[in-house]
Design a protein. Structure first.
Lengths: 496, 179
């Protein structure tokens, strides 16, 4: 009953008019940037980080979380109507959704993805409500050695499992870690890698790196390579599902949720793997008479399942973020740095020290899901209009918002030059298929991991054996080894 | 598992051997800079067990290894498991130069001419480049004025919202707070 009371308290905070307004603003902005190509939730939240100087923490976290899952709702609209997915998490939706829209069933695809997102988001929020406090209670027992190993696991999965090549993923991770080293060492006060440049003393801002590598890179990359890419917009139809479509959708929603939620809670890098898994599952389980629709006219299960998986995974990323302070996606990493801006240390203590914030945030997820269902089902036509904004002013406009975020953070024109330099690196990385997510995760988690490493060794009185002597940290280390070795062993086995 | 990079594959974006070699060298270069910086750091560990130069050396060595492996992959048939990047095989460099000029001009001028004008200039230059990249005519003086006005129409309300409502500090041309 304790959880229930706290949740009620959360609703009381989240339902104040001002916080409801923040939630609505977040959901609407999230949907808009989800629909628009070129901007993702991570970079949008990053650009808005300067507002943490003024807005109080609860309101801004509600706002940012609204952007995060609003973008997932909006991203599916683009995936279905346009032949480019709005977000990576909605890439799979494009497989069947675009085909459905092409054969005149855009409305049904939009409906199943919006309702599926709602169902999955709500179920996942219930699971977060139930499990996050339990995990937090357990996590209080974890010490620096365990935290260091958890971060090591996050580093490994985000760089070695995701993406095409572990080598390029790890290169990206170490680049991020290297950037995280710049500035004053937290423990000894030693100045590192500033090269005598005053601007580097405070370190490299996360906003700058995220905006440079995502938003500015995107604009430059578009001008450089994608000017002549044709894009076709599918015709909208009324968002509506027949009885058969309902019957085919709901088991897919539930299966998608079951697949998506666990993946969100482990540091496996967000929603790409669960959405693909859900798609494969639906394809396998579809009734024989519907099999032909996959890859043909478009099967509704192939939209319903991955959409649900995506939203469940996104909601579930809040579990490790709030209870352990470990981000499992880029957006979660940026949310973590938003908390850091407030001087709030995410971790198991958060449920005690900032319980109002945590519970208001969880309550706002319930409210936000309802808002998003309304925004994306009856009002979907409004968002579709955004797709008619011509490409050139859209990307040029993004540059203006990039300036707000980067300059607004530290009032330094130097940062704007640095942002441009990073965007050049971003173009090269994108051209040669280096993932960006590990850079961001490395940059944000690097300094934390270093602090935990040193504290852990201090606990072990200077001995590295401390990592193997404690059962939890030894288990986590074994998991890291498994993550690194299994894919190679499998590949070797297949070749042999 | 070896990616087969025949001469045809060279034309694929991201398949360029020279480019891949340069990426490997860049990683090695960053490792070099890191090593140079780490060499000057004290290793005094105190109670912490490892000193402030420990992680710098770990990252240095790791990046050097990654750089060497990238270089090796690039020279022996190209990067493995490459996903072909989106877009054309050849870059549209004039378009790129216009957008770059916008971003850099903004960085150079923002403190002297203020957020609104500087961003409007950035917008006008960038939109010109992006339009060129689509193969459309960039337009004459009239179009340039129209772009600049559009830039102001976007930048000014953004400036007001962030400075007045959200109290984010952005530079103005005057002290009035409106431009």
């Amino acid at each position: 009953m304790d959880i229930f009371n706290q949740l009620l308290g959360g609703f009381a905070t989240a339902a104040t008019p001002i916080n409801l307004l923040w939630a609505l603003a977040g959901c609407a902005l999230g949907t808009a940037i989800g629909v628009l190509p070129g901007l993702g939730p991570a970079v949008t939240v990053a650009m808005l980080l300067p507002i943490t100087g003024q807005v109080e923490p609860t309101a801004s976290m509600i706002f940012f979380a609204g952007i995060y899952y609003g973008a997932m709702y909006g991203g599916s609209t683009t995936s279905i109507l346009l032949n480019t997915p709005g977000e990576t998490g909605t890439m799979v939706t494009a497989l069947e959704g675009f085909k459905m829209a092409k054969s005149g069933r855009a409305g049904a695809a939009l409906a199943t993805s919006a309702i599926g997102s709602f169902v999955a988001g709500t179920i996942a929020t219930v699971l977060v409500t139930l499990f996050a406090p339990l995990l937090a209670d357990f996590a209080v027992q974890l010490g620096p050695p365990e935290y260091f190993c958890l971060m090591l696991l996050a580093f490994t999965t985000v760089s070695a499992v995701l993406g095409q090549s572990s080598l390029r993923g790890l290169t990206a991770l170490f680049l991020g870690l290297a950037m995280g080293l710049v500035g004053i060492d937290q423990i000894t006060g030693q100045v590192r890698y500033t090269g005598g440049v005053l601007e580097f003393m405070d370190g490299i801002e996360v906003v700058l790196v995220a905006v440079g590598l995502f938003a500015v890179t995107e604009a430059l990359y578009n001008a450089l390579y994608e000017g002549r890419n044709p894009s076709t917009l599918n015709r909208m139809t009324r968002a509506h599902m027949t009885r058969t479509e309902w019957r085919r959708s709901w088991p897919a929603w539930l299966r998608g949720t079951a697949i998506g939620f666990p993946f969100g809670t482990i540091p496996a890098g967000g929603s790409e793997i669960p959405t693909f898994l859900s798609y494969a599952t639906e394809r396998k389980l579809a009734a024989p008479e519907h099999q032909a629709e996959f890859g043909g006219a478009g099967a509704i299960e192939g939209v319903a399942g991955p959409e649900a998986a995506n939203n469940a995974a996104v909601t579930a990323t809040l579990v490790p973020l709030l209870t352990l302070g470990i981000p499992t996606s880029v957006t979660a990493a940026i949310l973590l740095s938003a908390l850091q801006n407030y001087g709030i240390q995410a971790g198991p203590q958060l449920f005690q020290t900032s319980s109002t914030l945590v519970w208001a945030l969880i309550a706002s997820l319930y409210i936000g899901n309802v808002m998003l269902l309304v925004l994306n089902l009856p009002m979907v036509g409004l968002w579709v209009k955004l797709l008619r904004i011509p490409r050139a002013p859209l990307y040029a406009g993004i540059l203006i918002f990039a300036t707000v975020g980067v300059y607004g953070m530290r009032q330094s024109a130097f940062d704007l030059f640095l942002m441009y330099g990073l965007s050049l690196a971003g173009i090269a990385m994108r051209r040669f298929d280096f993932p960006i997510a590990p850079v961001i995760v490395g940059l944000i988690l690097g300094p934390l991991a270093e602090a935990h490493l040193r504290n852990a060794i201090a606990i072990g009185e200077g001995s590295w054996l401390v990592f193997f002597q404690r059962p939890m940290s030894a288990t986590l280390l074994a998991a890291v080894a498994l993550v690194l070795i299994t894919p190679r062993a499998l590949a070797w086995h297949r070749r042999a | 598992m070896r990616a087969d990079l025949s001469p045809a594959a060279e034309a694929v974006p991201g398949g360029s051997r020279t480019g891949q070699t340069l990426m490997g060298l860049a990683a090695l270069g960053v490792a070099g800079v890191l090593a140079w910086g780490a060499a000057g750091l004290p290793s005094d560990a105190g109670y912490a067990g490892v000193g402030p130069d420990f992680l710098p050396w770990v990252v240095t060595v790791a990046l050097a290894v990654c750089g060497a492996l990238l270089l090796w992959e690039a020279r022996t048939g190209g990067f493995r498991h490459m996903e072909i990047p989106s877009g054309a095989a050849r870059g549209d460099w004039p378009a790129f130069a216009w957008v770059s000029a916008g971003v850099l001009g903004n960085a150079a001028l923002i403190t002297s001419i203020g957020f609104v004008l500087s961003c409007a200039l950035c917008f006008a230059l960038a939109v010109r480049g992006l339009r060129l990249s689509e193969g459309k005519p960039a337009g004459g003086a009239l179009q340039a004025v129209r772009d600049a006005v559009t830039g102001i129409v976007i930048a000014a309300p953004t400036y007001w919202m962030f400075t007045k409502v959200l109290a984010v500090n952005l530079p103005g041309l005057t002290a009035s707070g409106w431009i």
